[in-house]
Design a protein around this ligand. Structure first.
Ligand code: ZN
Length: 294
């Protein structure tokens, strides 16, 4: 089984290794705000899903050597936490941990939309933005396991303060928390019923044809395209995969992102096309990929 630990939610799935596209059991809970809480939730979820063989955990942060979560801007409580040994000690089955977006990339390369793609970049759009990178057909984790954190690429040094302590990071614009901020900037802080603006509310407003909400999603697509173009300028992938919670509403921004990407990337109209596709397993890609860790 696999658990994806994001900044807001934890998703647990159980799959059959021979047919991982079929999710047998699934549980979604809110992410606790203390390290102890997260560890207990992991153990509880594993027991609820009946983790008898092995457990993989994808974490939205810097995972060192498959052992320790060093830092996670969207999981502020999780600094230097030895997640693998803590959970394995309690469960008594083998436990593997990795970055959540890297897990999603593993899932998509194994049976999803990135099968057969040699150079792939995957970005997860959730509370923040995560990233996974494959070059020449193999997943790259960098010298310390920390590669692929595009959410904290600076796109405006005078931009808003990020959870990481710096300014103008990409995820302040093109993530779930980013799109809410873009809405607030346009004076949209509550819907007609006085409910606070959230990603879900913005989706509903856009679907009901609200002009401001539609503008917000259009701006979101611009920022998404800008960051993806930066990544493509560095890595020249043949495929960019969009995962994370926001992939379930990709109809609101994906077409526009594809168009703007061609405008933003170097030599966009002349170079061979980089395909931008939603993750086949949608928002579950991270959890399913975690289940495939070994
Ligand atoms: Zn940041």
């Amino acid at each position: 089984m696999g658990i994806d630990v994001g900044g807001t939610k934890m998703l647990a799935v159980a799959v059959d290794r021979s047919q991982p596209t079929e999710i047998l059991v699934q549980h979604l809970v809110s992410t606790p705000v203390t390290a102890e809480g997260v560890i207990s939730s992991l153990i509880e979820l594993a027991q609820m899903c009946g983790a008898e063989r092995q457990l993989g955990i994808g974490l939205a942060g810097l995972v060192e050597d498959g052992e320790v979560l060093r830092a996670a801007p969207n999981l502020q409580c999780m600094i230097d936490v030895p997640v693998r040994s803590a959970v394995e000690g309690a469960l008594g089955v083998p436990v593997f941990i990795d970055n959540d977006a890297t897990c999603a990339l593993v899932a998509e390369m194994t049976y999803g939309v990135a099968q057969g793609s040699y150079d792939t970049v995957l970005v997860t759009l959730g509370t923040g933005i995560g990233g996974g990178i494959a070059i020449g057909g193999s997943v790259r984790r960098g010298a310390h396991g920390f590669a692929g954190e595009p959410g904290h690429m600076c796109v405006d040094p005078f931009g808003p303060l990020c959870v990481c302590g710096r300014n103008g990071c990409w995820e302040r614009y093109a993530s779930g928390s980013g799109v809410v901020r873009l809405a607030q900037q346009r004076g949209l802080s509550a819907d007609r019923n006085g409910q606070d603006i959230t990603g879900e509310v913005l989706v509903e407003l856009a679907r009901s044809g609200d002009a401001v909400a539609l503008e917000v999603w259009a701006e979101f697509a611009e920022w998404l395209a800008r960051g993806l173009a930066n990544l493509a300028d560095v890595l020249d992938p043949e495929l960019v995969v969009i995962g994370g919670g926001l992939v379930s509403v990709s109809d609101l921004y994906l077409e526009r992102t594809r168009e703007l990407f061609v405008r933003e990337v170097l030599g966009g109209r002349s170079r061979r096309r980089t395909h931008i596709e939603p993750a086949q397993s949608g928002p579950s890609a991270g959890a399913v990929g975690a289940a495939l860790l070994h």
